[in-house]
Design a protein around this ligand. Structure first.
Ligand code: AMP
Ligand code: GLY
Length: 425
């Protein structure tokens, strides 16, 4: 069996590692691969967003199953094109991927199905958006560009002047291109955030372990928003009671609504949740594995990822075993100095082998390149140091001990991954 993983980050590396454990013993390919792909699969260099070339690659290489991992090819409809070419593909169709690709689509879906979320209005007219913010006069307020914006499309201004500036940048200056033609303006919610990634075939929902991301670049949630500087699982705020509430009020209604609209969601549906004083609410949906959530969820997944992917495609997830291993998992991201703004690449990475040999450690390559047997930095987020332990504190100890072994010029990382969770645990 030949499997092609589309994408090149740490998340894709986590998927490749999990696929390698499958009883089907698949041959694994990746494109564009990255350092992790080169290390653990046969890597090609077709870009993740090049739908046509990716379909051709899958055909030429006689791939049996393609895992379309990142948001942009999913939103572009790569799964639909692979389907048309007769190639099995894991991930939602273009129509189903709108749940992430258009925030206004997601918000309307929630409103129409009484799925709890922040109250909101949608605007395509700058003046009307400004009038609304002036009239409401509630700060902080949350402004979201409708389309994909590399995780940077959400701003939370504290006053009217900053809100006006943000709307100008998004709607008039087109900071995120046409993703900002429409904006969602919503109520600011407060409470601990919880990520729950679920497998679904459009009918059955099987969640992976809950997790917690750390989005800001610096310790104590200071600094700019990033793609994620570290994760832990399970998330201690996700109690059994909350899980029941989520299934009943959020997970089941979402999957049912998507199917009833004629867009059954098949793949990984990521629920970004906030546990507020008035119940748990949806902050966002993603149509894919999170990064770096996959790096903590997959090591705790009990089940054969190849079988799970196939059952999501075939609509037989109800028959496929999916459970969660005991213990806890954490991932600390090692980033290039200056990330998420400006950073240098091409720095030699040292200590990888020693770190990888430590018990319970998994090194995920996020932005590396392999040259003459050596790894060099090749992105903002460079590596994810993952560790599985008996409990959260054990897994964090292991991860940070492994971090000490690794170095590259201007490397930085957060020192407080999981601290909030440890206090709650
Ligand atoms: P999103 O890309 O929608 O996940 O938003 C990025 C981050 O912005 C989230 O992880 C939250 O921390 C924050 N955020 C988004 N929406 C809200 C909201 N309505 N209230 C408070 N914080 C929010
Ligand atoms: N870590 C957040 C995401 O993957 O969207």
């Amino acid at each position: 069996m030949k499997i092609l993983v589309v994408g090149s980050g740490g998340r894709e590396h986590a998927i490749i590692k999990k696929l390698k454990e499958s009883r089907h013993k698949p041959e694994i390919y990746s494109s564009p691969g990255g350092g992790g792909g080169k290390k653990d699969s046969a890597a090609f260099d077709v870009k993740a967003t090049d739908v046509e070339k990716m379909v051709k690659l899958a055909k030429d290489e006689k791939i049996d199953l393609v895992c379309v991992t990142p948001d942009d090819p999913l939103v572009l409809g790569m799964v639909d094109e692979l389907d048309k070419a007769g190639i099995r593909a894991f991930g939602p169709s273009k129509n189903a991927a709108r749940i992430e690709g258009s925030k206004s689509f997601a918000k309307e879906l929630m409103k129409n199905n009484n799925i709890p979320t922040a109250s909101f209005e949608v605007f395509s007219d700058f003046d009307k958006a400004i009038d609304y913010i002036k009239r409401e006069n509630k700060f902080p307020v949350v402004i979201k560009a409708d389309g994909l914006a590399l995780g940077k499309g959400v701003v939370i201004p504290e006053n009217f002047e900053d809100a006006r500036k943000a709307l100008e940048e998004i709607m008039l200056d087109k900071k995120f291109g046409k993703s900002g033609n429409t904006v969602v303006i919503e109520e600011f919610l407060q409470g601990p955030e919880i990520s729950v990634l679920c497998f679904t075939d459009g009918k059955t929902i099987k969640p992976m372990v809950s997790s917690m991301d750390h989005k800001r670049a610096e310790d104590n949630d200071k600094g700019l928003n990033t793609g994620g500087m570290g994760t832990i699982a399970p998330n201690p705020f996700y109690t059994k009671e909350l899980e029941r509430e989520c299934f009943q009020n959020i997970f089941i209604p979402t999957v049912k609504a998507m199917s009833e609209m004629g867009n059954p969601f098949k793949g990984v549906l990521y629920f970004g949740l906030m546990s507020t004083s008035s119940g748990v609410k949806v902050i966002e949906y993603n149509c894919r594995f999170g990064d770096p959530e996959a790096q903590v969820c997959l090591p705790l997944l009990e089940g054969d990822l190849v079988d799970i992917m196939n059952s999501c495609i075939d609509g037989t997830l109800d028959e496929c075993p999916v459970s969660i291993k005991p213990g806890a998992s954490s991932c600390v991201i090692l980033a290039s100095g200056g990330y998420p703004v400006k950073y240098e690449k091409g720095k030699l990475i040292e200590g990888l082998d020693e770190a990888e040999r430590m018990e319970g450690i998994n090194i995920f390559h996020a932005g590396t390149k392999l040259e003459d047997g050596k790894f060099y930095t090749d992105g903002g987020r460079v590596l994810g140091v993952g560790a599985v332990g008996e409990n959260l504190s054990d897994s964090l100890d292991k991860a940070y001990r492994a971090v000490e072994k690794i170095s590259f010029d201007k490397m930085f990382f957060r020192h407080d991954i999981g601290l909030k969770a440890l206090k709650e645990d």
